[in-house]
Design a protein around this ligand. Sequence first.
Ligand SMILES: Cc1cc2nc3c(=O)[nH]c(=O)nc-3n(C[C@H](O)[C@H](O)[C@H](O)COP(=O)(O)OP(=O)(O)OC[C@H]3O[C@@H](n4cnc5c(N)ncnc54)[C@H](O)[C@@H]3O)c2cc1C
Length: 417
Amino acid sequence: MKRRAFLKLSGSSLAALQATTLTAKPYPRWSGQNVPEIIVIGAGTFGVWTAYHLNRLGAKVTLLDAYGPGNSRASSGGETRLIQVDNDNPVYVRSAIRAFDWWKKMEEESGEQLVLPTGRLAMSTDDAHREVFKARKKQLQASKVENTEVLDHSEIAYRWPQIHTANLAVAMYNDGGSSGSTLMARKGCQVVARQLEKNGGSIQIAQAKPKFEPNGSISGVMTADGRILQAQMYVFACGPWLPKLFPKVLFPKLQVQRRDVLFVGIPPGDNRFSFPNLPEWSVSGSGYYGFPDIEARGLKVAPYPDHNDFDPDLDERLTSLYQVKRAHDFVRHRFPALADQPIVETRVCQVTNSIDGNFIVDQYPESPNTWIIGAGSGHGFKHGPAVGEYAAERILGNGGEEELDKTFKLKAEAFSK
Ligand SMILES: Cc1cc2nc3c(=O)[nH]c(=O)nc-3n(C[C@H](O)[C@H](O)[C@H](O)COP(=O)(O)OP(=O)(O)OC[C@H]3O[C@@H](n4cnc5c(N)ncnc54)[C@H](O)[C@@H]3O)c2cc1C
């Protein structure tokens, strides 16, 4: 299918977006002066969705962001993120499936396409991965995700001749849904923020920091232009900025690490590498994963991991010649038709890791009116709606769930400085 024809099709398919069956838990209703006022700082995936759910549950919400929802410095910036169910922890399995339903519901509510059914192809050169993929298929079936296929070398080669498959042994493929779709990242944050405003919340572009009292409690937020804003509760969903805002408590507990993303040019008139002709892909052990050409930006290739510390405000977001060379070497081998193509765009982003790899949704130790949400690591984007829903319920005192509370608790352990 020609790319232009496809784009036309995907636009018209918006009308056919499927209804989902989300039911909100019962919640207290407030009237008049009893409505809780909450300031959420940070409009990445965790912040926008927490603000959206707080508003949905009846709170009066103000969302602040220093640079705007899904901005270029945010971990939730950029074009695309994968949604998949690839975790052995049932908390994250359940969360990804629930989050998918919320992303689809947001499409219905906003009329914007945020979820692309790209499919996900996890490839391996090692046949031992067959057992891993089979086990994952069973796990997904147990969670009612039924579209997992384990593919032999010949099937991979037949379906995707644009991939160099000679040394591939086995792959796992999910054709869309909660374990094989692509989320539009920046657009997603902007759309959820817009819906929050439409539903009565307010948004301000402002940098804010906690106003600490001598006893360590937080009595408001101070904006960079000198205002002090006060509410009953404060939620800091500031991603990689959290350690700077709360150095005493969070600096040793969160690590911020750099990630490079490169887009490789597509030959003119060639749509073999564009959605829907190529799925989101990864090659185990290669250090690379990526996305098809979406919105004509090129084939996205992302090396991982990178352990360099990163400052989200000040560090330059330029990729290195080393990453350019590595990406060319990888693409030349795996996508030979792109061997002579230039890098057409690059991004540098960052991930925020906690000591045990879990997200953090917890009260600030010295100030129970303040919540910290973060440590999305390399897989937090997709979970935004479910994490935000859980956080909103807890912030409003509707009770948590023991397993989730334990998982998302700010742990006592810290990284060595
Ligand atoms: C290259 C890369 C690839 C990834 N791939 C995936 C993937 O495929 N799937 C997936 O699910 N996840 C993925 N992730 C992880 C995911 O993107 C992050 O976990 C997630 O975006 C974190 O969101 P956040 O809301 O915690 O932080 P952020 O998105 O960084 O949001 C924090 C916000 O707070 C604002 N802020 C900070 N300080 C202040 C202040 N003082 N005042 C006001 N505002 C402030 C910032 O401007 C920002 O908008 C990837 C991440 C990277 C970098």
